[in-house]
Design a protein around this ligand. Sequence first.
Ligand SMILES: [Zn+2]
Length: 173
Amino acid sequence: MSIIDKAVEANRNYAKNYKPAPGGRPYPKIAVVTCMDPRLSDLPGILGLPEGDIDVIRTGGPAVTEDVLAELIVSNRVLGTTEILLLNHTGCGFTTFTDDELNAKLSASTGDASPAPMRFFSFRDPEQNTREQIDKVRSHPWIAKDVPVRGFIFDMETGLLQEVQPIARSTSA
Ligand SMILES: [Zn+2]
């Protein structure tokens, strides 16, 4: 039996005690952008926040792509979240290859190079990655200026968050 088949079967049990959330829509308070890594799935535990308060946007890395920016804007402007937390982590799989390497490897192993070059948003340094993310989100004109945008690195060894200071912005104006 495949994992998906097992999950579909388990869902029948889940539905027996399922209670729909009141209000018919979500009321998240904070948007969290984090990596697809399953070790970051317990955000209520890691952040001590109720599940319903967290709008979770996940990509590998995480990468703050155009799609992620669009989701943050919806989270902020449509759903009403008031803070943005960018959550990187140590030991990310996306630091273990470069986009060039993975493109070459997949082209060779599949014998089909037609999708290359794909962007996988690999990176080397989680601190630098976080700083670039903060800058990208902060500088978007549709993210409200009064919404805090803060970046952290989750340490896989200790379980602790470490804040990353943003790139100092020149105030020449
Ligand atoms: Zn990761």
